[in-house]
Design a protein around this ligand. Sequence first.
Ligand code: ARG
Length: 571
Amino acid sequence: MSISLENSLNQKMVDIFNSLSLDPKFAFVKVSDRPDLSDFQCNGALALAKTEKKNPREIATQIASELEKDSAFSKISVDGPGFLNLTLSDDFIAQVMNETSKDERFGVAKTTNPRKIVMDFGGPNVAKALHVGHLRSAVIGESIRRIEVFAGHEVISDVHLGDWGTQMGMILSEIILQDGDLSKTQTYNIEEISSFYKKANIRCKEDENAKEKARQITAELQNGNPEYVKAWQHLRQESLNAIKQNYEILDANFDMWLGESDAHQTCGEVVKMAEQQGLSEVDDGATIMRLADDSKPPVILVKSDGGFGYQLTDIATIKMRVDDLKAQEIIYVVDKRQSLHFEQIFEVAEKLQLAPNVCFKHVGFGTVNGADGKPFKTRDGGVMNLEDLINMSLDKVRESLPENADGYTADDINQMAKQIAIGAIKFQDLKNNTGSGYIFDIDDFAKFEGKTGPYIQYAIARINSILRKSELAPSDVVITNKEERDLALKIAQLNSVIMRAEAEKEPSIISDYTYNLAQVFSSFYNASPIMNEEDKNKASSRLRLAKLVRDILTLNLYLMGIEAPEAMLKK
Ligand code: ARG
């Protein structure tokens, strides 16, 4: 038996539907829309009435009389045109809680159909510092990665480094211009490399010749000019080291650190395939593929200068992920402003039959904005570096923590500040619907109250302290008041919450639930004392519920990529 509450209720319904020869596809329950009337409802009788050509109330009543034989329910009613309202018995809820607390997955089912998923997130470009735009890809991507793994899928994450585009030729060209040649390239560190890039960027904007030169060098690099390749390797490696440090702070995990350059050879193969299948054409010197919907711009496979561009690289990468990694699903966590790009490359992959039966998904996210609602900028109007943003947040959190505290070393406090700051940044991001943008609120994001990461971390620390202080051990759950009952029913929603977040690739479903659970726990704890409860059975039952809440909050934070400190200090 599956111990998730919703699943076990569904199973009960399916059995009854089968015994009454009713189509079990309508046998599903959902959390009640009317919590004042019931815990769960089933609307299947209404749908069945049409196919069975019967009165829905009659069908519902028939089902109800079967349900009444089951001690899991304390009340069954047929309401309105044929809604079935189900109220669970306290004993049954207690039993579900006991089973949930014994299960290491807290009742969350593992998929019976595991898929091999390649996740593409990160996407930083060589020689450019990570900026605030990279935050969401890392944070949302990592969260979805953890959710998919927890659900039982096999996930390979690939950072897909932007290491092959025109910016590479621009930097090489800039170095040559300043140094005369590339002989000193190997000595340059990441700051120097970024500064070459910045200068190159300005120069190429102003000077058409410089731009043309950069384009030529890029094409030669892509064709394997050994001197360029050697210099490029150093630039790439230096950048990669810096990029890895950024992702380490954010605890975003990649299994593969491949880049656009790794798809180069396959790009050539894809172009040939398109030509051979008669799907490409030459237009103004470029090789293009038209799409079914001619209002969409065609995909450029080979540019008129012979270079391979961004679109072809992504298409070739699909082929590699399918051929080499055996991907069954590919998820891209990339700014939603690139959605046309993804529609285009998915269609081309389909036309070329590069990925039969592979499911593609672009999880497009909105921008991180400043107080003015426009993409977040530094005070002087520049792009906000990710590292600066993290440091700014760390400073803010440090202000709210004591400098020293009994039993804590400076390192402990530092570690706590980091967990709180990163937790606050991530929670602020993941509490928003992925598709919408949000305002990065430096004043509120790390508050201990409200819908924030620290609020959840604090709830966990508080329960830790209760568990530490109590002399009792958690024992079997008994439901003795409304707050315990509400809390237990909230806990029982975990499975459906995680399933929905997985299906919709939407971590905010988990952050919403996590915040609600912490709030419901708060009301429970106010109404149901543990330390001062004289009845030992009640007290140790509440301890078990508290521990369960602590473990679920911790799991949910983990699924959002957030760590929970054992204890939290406050100034
Ligand atoms: N490097 C790209 C950029 O900065 C993002 C890459 C996104 N991933 C992808 N597979 N296209 O815009």
